[in-house]
Design a protein around this ligand. Structure first.
Ligand code: ADP
Ligand code: ZN
Length: 724
């Protein structure tokens, strides 16, 4: 038989499909070793056939890998083909999504441990009394049976080895599965569903639309609904995928899942080591675990027979891939749900405008949950006009109202969260005399001062620079630090409330896999009174003692030049506010702004999602912004500026042809350099389009795929999350 084998999956750059001779029982999707130009590469069988057009005497033979099961299921293979077509990427590149790194390179490292057991009954072992450790080991093995050598060596050094030498003990190597989050345990609580939860579950079961949108206010108990749906799938003998935006940030969610589903849940996310990820992946593939939990990449979990797919916080921008292929997690989730004939359940307190519009129009089923589980109203949000504070002579970052509320909160022994949209001690270093702004040498962006390390950092490439004592342009020494970061807030706070224990959570304090877990744990255990942080603290945490949330700069995200800035601001305010008053005591929110009349802030403080939505939709319809059109950006990047420009020209010419042939499909068509002209030494150019007929998308992808050349990357982005 002939196998069609795709090799070079490790780089995914090209489609190299070759014919090989194979055994008759070769299964499609299985991993093989393929001789290739003197080397042996790891490959995957993507098809089989009886004959090849290639001369038979030149065909080489593949060697099957002893995986036990084909790595790729039929569904994965067909989905990978669809993705390759949809985003115009090589099949090798879309197949990569479905395979853990170690599987792709063929270097699967299993974790093995040594185990010792007695080969003769204890009574037959003859040892001098002085061989204490050997005696102890033998006794232990007699009593407990096979035991890990490391454990015994720890207690009785040298005992095992000596016994083995004498032939009393046998040592075997065994594969063990790594178990990430071994220490994360929680207690499962049996809960009676609230009427709203029960109604939502019943409705999801009754309605036969694929996409179900759970629109529930923060604290309405959406998680319990997901868990019930997943448990129900398991009962029906099916599997489930549960997607969350950044699971590594939400240990509470993890411990809940562990408590409810134990080892039936496998966790996939970028914080795991390659080995851990491989083991978790394999547990899913082999059917040992039936629930895949993780960030967007978990949508590619090797599960068959899905019973439900859940996408929590469906509006979150992390569901859009920022690397090729730039897939939409939602699109893939829906394909998988349709393939298995199961439901895709989206959940959010603030659904994206796009999703909610489809729900309103009846394409998705809309399930509202309007009350909090604890029966408490949502926390009251007070808007503070910061312009008035400045007029009154208050130059600090804290309004009088916020200071007062903080004092009250601390006095009553409760906790507070202060949220701001930036990190670092301050934003930029500016010379007061000549206006010089410190910038990164490899990226066209300003640097941020970090006080703890006394250095300047580029937030795009991570490069550190020495702090400046004088302006490098004019030699002036009057340098100011514009803007405010979490570090400065924490420092100011320390002056205002010297007694208060303050924790800071942002990208700088959470390095390492467990950095944020530690901070969250400390705050949860009430080892601090105030938590200062960026976006990170907005995500689904449940701290019962928090009764005050301060939003220091509510307008920050409003002034981005992006049609979604209103939507993002609304989402952020709702999410951060949702951290307040989650348990017995009523919560409060103080929102500071320089733009108190802003409509988005008004809707957000009234928790009026539908009011916001109606207003937003009419604005977008008027301006023909998404979802009434699609923004398409073609980004050309290269370290070689000339090659980038030449490629841009080719791309532009090809796109212009499409534009001329279908002018009515375009609202906007323009080429320009990207807003940030250089990142990590790569020059960036773009063609920006707004289209109203998505049928021409395929032509755009095709044109760009053909215009690519060596050392230049050409990517197509649809409604890009980030237009910098
Ligand atoms: P959401 O995700 O909608 O913001 P959560 O799922 O975090 O809300 O639930 C809010 C709180 O209510 C959590 O502390 C959760 O443990 C609790 N909870 C959820 N459902 C129930 C229930 N049926 N009975 C009692 N407590 C519940
Ligand atoms: Zn940089």
């Amino acid at each position: 038989m002939i196998a069609e084998v795709i090799v070079d999956i490790a780089t995914g750059a090209t489609d190299r499909i070759f014919d090989y001779l194979c055994a008759d029982d070769t299964v499609i999707g299985s991993r093989v070793r393929a001789p290739f130009g003197g080397r042996t590469l790891c490959g995957f069988v993507i098809g089989t056939k009886e004959t090849s057009t290639f001369p038979a005497e030149r065909l080489k033979k593949v060697i099957p890998c002893e995986d036990g099961l084909p790595a790729l299921t039929g569904e994965c293979l067909s989905l990978a083909k669809k993705i390759a077509r949809r985003y115009r990427v090589p099949l090798a590149s879309s197949l990569r999504l479905f395979l853990p790194a170690e599987m792709r390179t063929g270097k699967v490292r299993e974790l093995t441990k040594n185990y010792a057991s007695l080969c003769v009954p204890f009574a037959e072992i003859k040892l001098p009394k002085s061989a204490k450790n050997q005696l102890a080991v033998a006794q232990y093995l007699e009593a407990h049976g096979e035991t890990e050598c490391a454990y015994l060596n720890n207690l009785y050094a040298g005992g095992v080895a000596a016994l083995e030498k004498k032939g009393y003990v046998n040592i075997v190597k065994k594969q063990v599965l790594r178990n990430p989050y071994d220490g994360v345990e929680g207690e499962d609580v049996a809960r009676t569903l609230s009427p709203e939860q029960a109604a939502a579950i019943a409705e999801i079961e009754r309605d036969d639309r694929t996409v179900q949108l759970l629109h529930g206010v923060t604290g309405s108990g959406k998680t319990e609904v997901y868990l019930r749906l997943i448990a129900d799938s398991l009962r029906r003998g099916k599997s489930a995928i549960f997607l969350v935006p950044e699971i590594s940030l939400t240990p509470q969610m993890l411990s809940q899942l562990r408590a409810r589903f134990g080892r039936n849940a496998a966790i996939l996310h970028s914080g795991l080591s390659a080995g851990e990820r491989f083991d978790e992946w394999w547990r899913l593939r082999s059917g040992e675990a039936k629930i895949a939990i993780g960030a967007r990449s978990a949508i590619f979990a090797p599960l068959e027979n899905l019973g439900v797919v859940v996408m929590d916080e469906e509006h979150d921008s992390s569901y859009h891939s920022e690397t090729s292929p730039r897939y939409s997690t939602f699109e893939i989730a829906r394909l998988r749900a349709m393939h298995s004939g199961c439901k895709l359940v989206l959940g959010s307190a603030t659904p994206s405008v796009d999703t909610f519009l489809k729900a309103r129009e009846g394409e998705y089923n809309l399930l509202p949950m309007k009350t909090r589980i604890n029966g408490k109203p949502l926390p009251e949000i007070t808007i503070v006009d910061m312009r008035r504070e400045v007029r009154r002579g208050n130059q600090s970052n804290f309004s009088a109202t916020l200071k007062e509320e903080l004092a009250k909160c601390l006095e009553s022994g409760n906790q507070a969260i202060l949220f701001l949209n930036r990190r670092g001690y301050s934003q930029t270093v500016v010379c007061k005399e000549c206006g010089y702004v410190a910038k990164c040498l490899s990226c066209d962006v300003s640097l941020t001062y970090h006080r703890a390390e006394d250095c300047l950092k580029c937030h795009y490439c991570g490069t550190k620079y020495n702090a400046l004592s004088a302006c490098p342009e004019c030699g002036g020494t009057k340098l100011t630090y514009a803007g405010t970061g979490t570090q400065r807030i924490a420092a100011e706070l320390n002056k205002l409330f010297p007694e208060a224990r303050i924790l800071r959570m942002d990208n700088d304090t959470t390095s390492g896999k467990e950095g944020h877990l530690k901070i969250i744990k400390e705050f949860g255990e009430k080892k601090a009174d105030i938590l200062v942080g960026t976006q990170m603290i907005a995500k689904g945490h449940d701290f019962p003692a928090v009764t005050l949330v301060g939003i220091l700069d509510a307008d920050m995200s409003l002034h981005f030049a992006d049609y979604r800035s209103g939507e993002r601001t609304f989402q952020l305010i709702t999410q951060v506010s949702g951290r307040s008053g989650r348990a017995k005591e009523k919560g409060k929110v103080v929102l500071q702004t320089y733009d108190p009349e802003n409509e988005v802030l008004r809707y957000a403080t009234a928790y009026d999602y539908e009011g916001f939505f109606d207003n937003e939709v009419s604005l977008r319809r008027g301006a023909m912004y998404p979802p009434f059109s699609k923004i398409v950006r073609v980004l050309v990047t290269s370290e070689d500026s000339e090659k980038a420009i030449a490629t841009l020209k080719d791309v532009y010419v090809a796109l212009e042809k499409i534009y001329e042939a279908h002018t009515s499909a375009f609202l906007f068509f323009n080429k320009m350099s990207a807003p940030i002209k250089k990142i990590q030494n790569k020059y960036r150019y773009q063609v920006l389009m707004r289209i109203i007929d998505t049928k021409i998308l395929q032509e755009i992808y095709d044109a760009c795929a053909e215009a690519g050349r060596r050392e230049v990357s050409v990517t197509v982005e649809e409604n890009p999350v980030n237009l910098s």
